[in-house]
Design a protein around this ligand. Structure first.
Ligand code: OFO
Length: 171
């Protein structure tokens, strides 16, 4: 059974996952309308993943005698200066989510909620993967953006990054 404190904190995490889903969807749309169909598919995938993270929380809260709350949608940023900006904003967002997950893990230990501690471990690994993924993409952009054909190459290669982990999740 969830304590009120943990139920509230997990519901706040739903808001963060939802915000990430919406932001990635907005970035996908921006890429699609800026001649970057490959990166658009990358962000559509990221957006779907964030929705899965949100649903996992909804199911966990409801199955642990709590009540999940579906949050209102605040419009995400819709215009971006560059491809690099989308990735830097993504990395900053993932770092903020990692911090929030760590705080939830801390709370679960403090109040001896070992079920939630166990549940949250999945998010700890996921955040590690996502931070590494966006760091790799940023490095790649910095390396190739000076090249004339760099943007064409990046649009083809970025969607391949993290594809394996996506496949593993679907198995
Ligand atoms: Fe990467 O934000 Fe979800 O967990």
């Amino acid at each position: 059974m969830l304590s009120k404190k943990m139920e509230t904190a997990l519901n706040e995490q739903i808001v963060r996952e939802f915000a990430a889903e919406q932001l990635y969807l907005s970035m996908a749309s921006w890429c699609e309308t800026n001649k970057l169909p490959g990166v658009a598919s990358f962000f559509y995938r990221q957006s779907r993943e964030e929705r899965e993270h949100m649903l996992k929380l909804v199911r966990y809260i409801n199955k642990t005698d709590g009540v999940a709350e579906v949050p209102a949608c605040k419009a995400p940023q819709k215009a971006f200066k560059s491809l690099l900006e989308t990735m830097e904003l993504s990395l900053a967002g993932e770092r903020a989510v990692s911090k929030a997950i760590n705080a939830l893990v801390d709370m679960s230990l403090t109040i001896k909620d070992y079920q939630s501690f166990n549940f949250l471990q999945w998010y700890v690994s996921e955040q590690h993967e996502e931070e590494a993924l966006f760091t790799d993409v940023i490095d790649m952009i910095k390396l190739f953006s000076k090249d004339e054909k760099g943007l064409f190459f990046l649009d083809r290669e970025i969607p391949k990054i993290g594809q394996n982990s996506d496949q593993i999740e679907k198995v």
